[in-house]
Design a protein around this ligand. Sequence first.
Ligand SMILES: C[S@@+](CC[C@H](N)C(=O)[O-])C[C@H]1O[C@@H](n2cnc3c(N)ncnc32)[C@H](O)[C@@H]1O
Length: 193
Amino acid sequence: MNPLTLSVLKRIEAEGAENDNRESEHARKWLNLEPETGSLLSLLLKLSRVHNVLEIGTSTGYSTICIASVLQEHGGRVTTIERDSVKQAKAKTNIAEAGLSDHVDWKLGEATEIVAALSGPYDCVFFDADRISAPAQLDLLLPKLSRPALLLADNALSHPDQIRDYLRRVDELPGVAHTVIPIGKGLSVAYLP
Ligand SMILES: C[S@@+](CC[C@H](N)C(=O)[O-])C[C@H]1O[C@@H](n2cnc3c(N)ncnc32)[C@H](O)[C@@H]1O
């Protein structure tokens, strides 16, 4: 990762910690990925050489930067969905500061509605928004995935009740290889042949 990208990530980490300690309202927290999960996310994308990524849950763009920095090296784009316009505006500023705007497409609104309208194809989806809607979003996305495809989801260990249906749905997919890595809040990693 280049020094500019790293410095933007470090700034978001510090500002995110300060914001999330100060804000009592959940919707106003940024809830950025843990740094170690961000590093693993970048590493997985590098190894799998994906090019067309869909991210559900932008917040202020921490994970978007982890994704787009890899796509800048390999070629590719990430489409990222957020329903909060204030967070999306911050994400746009952060991505621009990291010099990654050419690799990001922005969507504002309810993720399930947006997912239904997207045409794809995607070779990687990162689920990091509302876990209850993730199984329905996965079903909508299955016909829009190229193969092989990588499916990633955060909070696999921190919110077991909310993510249970998504994890079960992934396990049901034919030929899937799936594990949960105990890093940060728990990262579900699935490979679809
Ligand atoms: C955990 S945060 C994402 C953190 C981000 N991936 C990062 O690492 O910086 C989840 C975000 O998803 C958004 N979100 C939650 N449910 C959503 C939905 N149904 N549609 C669109 N956005 C949603 C929230 O507003 C919040 O900003």
